[in-house]
Design a protein around this ligand. Structure first.
Ligand SMILES: [Zn+2]
Length: 276
C-alpha cells in the first residue's frame, strides 16, 4: 500500500498539472457521485492536500474530493487527450484544458462539503502527519509520551493512523532500524534519549522517503551501494524486505517477523535499545 510519502508525491503531480486552473470536466464511476460531476465542472482546483494516506482535492467553493488509494489505487497525470495504457478501471477523472488527473482502481472516493469536513469520519481521528510543515520531532516525542500511547507496543503504534498519519509498513521497519530501537519496545520502555532518537527518525525517514521517491536508506549507504553496482530495489531500504541479508550497520543478519499482523524487518544486533 502506498504510504504518506507516495500519496504526497501523487498529490504534488496532480497539483502541479491542475491547481490554479478550471476543471473543465469531472468524471466519477460511482453512481452515487454522478450528481457532483456537473456541480464541480468549471470550478477552479485550488490545492491538493494530504493527511497521511488520504487525499483532498480542494475546489474554489471549498468542496473537496476525498480519495484513499487503498492497496491498488494508482494516479496518472497525463497531457490531454491521451489516456494511460492500462487495463485498470477508471474511478475518477479531473480534466483541465491541458491535463487529466486520473485515479484508477481505488474505490474509496467521496465528495465532502466544506462545512462537513471537520466531522468527516475518515479524517476526524487522524494524528499529525510528519510531512506537514508544522509537525516536528518535539511534537512526535510529546505524542509518544501521551498516556494514550505510552504503553502501546511500537510495532503496532507506528501503524496506528490516530497516532501519526501516513506511516505504513515499510516506514515502520525503516524508522525503528534508523533509531536502533527494539521493535518489541513501547514508549514506556524507552529513556528520554531513546524517545528523542525515535522521534527524530520518524521525521527524518518519512521526509527522506518523500524527497527521494521512496528511498529510506541513508545517503551514505546509497552512494556506497550504488558504487558497487546495486540496483535501486537493492539499495532502497536499510532493512525492509532484506531478510537473510547482511545489515549495513553491523554485518549481522536481517530478520523478518510478523508484528501487529504485518511483516517487520530488523537487525537484532543494532536494535537492542531499550532492553525489553
Ligand atoms: Zn545491524
Amino acid at each position: 500500500m502506498p504510504e504518506g510519502p507516495e500519496i504526497r508525491r501523487a498529490a504534488d503531480s496532480v497539483e502541479k498539472a491542475l491547481a490554479g486552473r478550471a476543471v473543465e470536466d469531472v468524471y466519477f464511476s460511482a453512481a452515487t457521485l454522478k450528481p457532483w460531476e456537473a456541480r464541480l465542472r468549471g470550478l477552479e482546483l485550488r490545492s491538493v492536500d494530504t493527511i497521511g494516506k488520504h487525499m483532498l482535492c480542494r475546489f474554489q467553493d471549498g468542496t473537496r474530493i476525498y480519495s484513499h488509494n487503498q492497496l491498488y489505487g494508482r494516479w496518472w497525470v497525463i497531457r490531454r487527450p491521451a489516456l494511460p495504457d492500462t487495463r485498470r478501471s477508471l474511478r475518477m477523472a479531473l480534466h483541465s484544458a491541458t491535463h487529466s488527473a486520473l485515479l484508477y482502481s481505488a474505490s474509496d472516493i467521496d465528495v465532502v462539503r466544506e462545512k462537513d469536513l471537520g466531522a468527516y469520519p475518515r479524517l476526524v481521528s487522524l494524528g499529525p502527519d510528519p510531512l506537514h510543515p508544522g509537525v516536528d520531532a518535539a511534537l512526535v516525542a510529546e505524542r509518544m509520551t501521551d498516556r494514550a500511547f505510552l504503553r502501546r507496543g511500537l510495532a503496532g503504534l507506528l501503524l496506528d493512523q490516530s497516532f501519526l498519519a501516513g506511516l505504513g509498513n515499510y516506514l515502520r521497519s525503516e524508522i525503528l532500524f534508523s533509531a536502533r530501537i527494539d521493535p518489541r519496545a513501547s514508549p514506556a520502555d524507552c529513556s528520554d534519549a531513546c524517545i528523542r532518537r525515535l522521534s527524530r527518525a520518524v521525521m527524518a525517514v518519512t521526509r527522506r522517503s518523500y524527497r527521494t521517491a521512496g528511498i529510506t536508506n541513508t545517503p551514505d549507504n546509497v552512494r556506497r551501494l550504488k558504487s558497487r553496482g546495486w540496483s535501486r530495489d537493492e539499495f532502497r531500504f536499510a532493512v525492509f524486505g532484506r531478510q537473510g541479508q547482511a545489515c549495513h550497520g553491523c554485518g549481522g543478519e536481517i530478520r523478518r517477523v510478523v508484528m501487529a499482523g504485518r511483516r517487520l524487518y530488523y537487525c537484532g544486533r543494532c536494535q537492542k535499545d531499550p532492553v525489553v
